[in-house]
Structure formats: structure tokens, C-alpha cells
Design a binder for this molecule. Structure first.
Ligand SMILES: Cc1ncc(COP(=O)(O)O)c(C=O)c1O
Length: 344
């Protein structure tokens, strides 16, 4: 990516939010005990508990992949299996680490929007008790999905009930949890703890933080010993106060929500500006901060000279345009102008 090129590739490309930077600066005074035994970490954990309830166990992590892999390996045995969509980050973008570290097989379900249902999972239950097959133990869903879609509360509740009935756990990859909560207009607890999620990979990095993620256990029995798994998966940060301070800033003045709402609104604005352009087809309803669309390869290449973004599905010339808390209305207007120009 050329210096100064505006990115519509990923919310990962946005800078750290300035109030988070300020919090980092403020915490950067004097000595503090490492590995989380410091006052800033205690304060940040308390903020999580204000949102999710006192009866949760929270562990700060550095990456989303690390949160997924550590939490999944902690709640499984290597002969078990994790059911997820074929679009899941777990399946496509974690370099095989869920399999390597947990030893579990991923059982994937074909999905156009990244969502899965109990009906699609049911056939895997035929393997239960059959010693030649991996034993399904976890359902992992992504909220919001890799296609920018959101599970409704009822859809999550049904998956949780199915997991319960089959002695399985429900894991949520909440790398973009805030965008989903903003999209649905519910709290993060309503979308997770209250609908039966057992363990959550809580994302911060994509919504204005820097290498600040967390694993939250709602099913607290599963948390026992997780501090050792976190260390074994190389996710225990020595200078923890710099992660903790970011989370405290994230929960202050509902920064998480205003950032996510803004990112979502910018994707909505982009979609509204391009929906009538004949040569562009939007391929997914825009529910959070991503717009998926098809257009000619020639136009894609022209636009990529000015903007950084990914081709999502080369076979059908589908691109992903992603917005962040940092995208402005002016960015959208300029991008749409450049798009129109590229289509000429
Ligand atoms: C859905 C989803 N889960 C997890 C991650 C993992 O994040 P990281 O790159 O921090 O490992 C990402 C990152 O793009 C993601 O999109």
C-alpha cells in the first residue's frame, strides 16, 4: 500500500483512536507490575464486568486469532471437532492454527453470508459416539460475520439451545462484536451472555484499539486454568497496563459504541451512494461496516490505483469495501466519485 493511499480494505487499517492514544500516554508513568497484576488491569476488568456482569471471567489477549485459538483449544480435546461456516476466519485466515493448536478438526458448513443454523449442524451429530469420527464439541459463530452480516438474537439463542442439547459449547468470534451490537441496537451482553454464548473472543483492534483483544467466559466453569493456556499460546502480555488502559478508554463515554455506529453509518452511506450505479451490484445486505459488490475487473484495477481494498471473490469480481470509525463522509464522497470515474 502506497503511503497516504486511503484504505477501504479493512477496519484494521484505521489508526488508533486518539482518546485511546491519550489513555496510553497517561498510563505511561512510572513502574507497574507486569503480566496483569496492576491497578490498570483491575480497573479495566471491572469495566468489562459492568458490561457483562460480575460473574464473568475476562482475560486480555493480543490478537483475534490468539483469542480464538486459545479459547477453542482450552475447551476441547484433540479428538473433538469445531463446527463453523466455510467463511469463518478460523477456517480461512488463521493459517491452520485452530487445527494445529487445538488438534481439533474444523467441520465447515457452506454459507453465503457467513451464518450457520442448527439444521445445518444436525447432520454432524451422526458422528457422535462413532470412534472413527472427530467428535463435534464446539459451534463457533462470527458476529458480525466475515460477510458483514449479523445473527439476530433468536438465531444465536437457537444455536445455544442446540449446543446445550448436544453437550456442545457455543463460541463466538466477536472480532467485530461492537459493529454487530450497533447494527442490532442491543448491548454486547444481550447478544452474547443473555442468549447462551459460552465463550467469546472479544475484539477491540478493529474498532479503534491496538493489539487489544480479550477472551470472556460466560460459562465460567470452562475458564479454570485458562491463565496457563493463555501463556502456552503466547498471548500473555508482560506490559499488560498498555492493553488495559485501552479497554478502559474503550468503555468510557461509550467509545466502543460511537466508533462502531460511525463505521456502520459510513458503510450505509457508501451503499446508498452506489446502489443506483448500474455497473455495480451490492451482493450482501449492508448490516454493519462492510459493503460487498461486484463490478468489472477493469474498474476494480483502476480504482485500486487510488484506493487500497481487497478482491473478495476473484471468480465473480466481488470486492469488499470496509469502513471504520475513522472513515469520513468526505472519504465516501471522494471514493464514489473515483468509482464513477473508474467505471467510465
Ligand atoms: C472475523 C475475524 N476474526 C478474527 C480475526 C483475527 O484477528 P487478528 O488479525 O488480530 O488475529 C479477524 C481479523 O481480520 C477477523 O476478521
Amino acid at each position: 500500500m502506497k503511503r497516504g493511499l486511503r484504505s477501504f480494505a479493512s477496519d484494521n487499517n484505521a489508526p488508533v483512536h486518539e482518546s485511546v492514544m491519550r489513555a496510553l500516554h497517561e498510563v505511561n508513568q512510572g513502574d507497574a507490575i507486569g503480566y496483569g497484576d496492576d491497578i490498570h488491569t483491575l480497573e479495566a476488568e471491572q469495566k468489562f464486568k459492568e458490561h457483562f456482569g460480575q460473574d464473568v471471567r475476562v482475560y486480555f489477549m493480543m490478537t483475534g486469532t490468539g483469542s480464538n485459538v486459545a479459547s477453542l483449544s482450552h475447551i476441547t480435546r484433540p479428538y473433538q471437532a469445531i463446527v463453523c461456516s466455510d467463511k469463518a476466519h478460523l477456517e480461512n485466515d488463521e493459517c491452520g492454527s485452530p487445527e494445529k493448536i487445538s488438534g481439533c478438526k474444523l467441520l465447515t458448513i457452506a454459507s453465503d453470508d457467513g451464518k450457520i443454523t442448527p439444521e445445518q449442524i444436525a447432520p454432524f451429530m451422526l458422528s457422535v459416539g462413532f470412534q472413527h469420527h472427530s467428535q463435534p464439541k464446539v459451534i463457533s459463530i462470527t458476529q458480525s460475520t466475515e460477510l458483514g452480516r449479523v445473527y439476530q438474537l433468536d438465531e444465536i439463542r437457537r444455536l445455544a439451545m442446540f449446543a446445550d442439547e448436544h453437550d456442545m459449547y457455543l463460541h463466538m468470534d466477536g472480532s467485530r462484536l461492537a459493529n454487530a451490537a450497533a447494527g442490532l441496537g442491543v448491548s454486547m451482553a444481550e447478544m452474547t451472555k443473555f442468549v447462551g454464548v459460552d465463550v467469546l473472543s472479544f475484539g477491540g483492534t478493529k474498532n479503534g484499539l491496538m493489539a487489544a483483544e480479550a477472551v470472556i467466559f460466560f460459562n465460567t466453569e470452562l475458564a479454570d486454568g485458562f491463565e496457563y493456556t493463555r501463556k502456552q499460546t503466547a498471548q500473555l502480555v508482560s506490559k499488560m497496563r498498555y492493553i488495559s488502559a485501552q479497554f478502559s478508554a474503550y468503555f468510557s463515554n461509550e467509545l466502543w459504541l460511537s466508533n462502531a455506529k460511525h463505521a456502520n453509518n459510513m458503510a450505509g452511506l457508501l451503499a446508498s451512494k452506489i446502489q443506483d450505479i448500474e455497473q455495480v451490484s451490492i451482493t450482501q445486505p449492508v448490516e454493519t461496516n462492510a459493503v460487498f459488490a461486484t463490478l468489472s475487473r477493469e474498474a476494480i484495477e483502476k480504482l485500486q490505483r487510488q484506493y487500497f481494498f481487497y478482491i473478495w471473490n476473484a471468480g465473480i469480481n466481488e470486492v469488499r469495501w470496509m469502513t471504520s470509525y475513522n472513515t469520513t463522509e468526505e472519504d465516501i464522497h471522494k471514493f464514489v466519485e473515483a468509482l464513477k470515474e473508474a467505471l467510465k
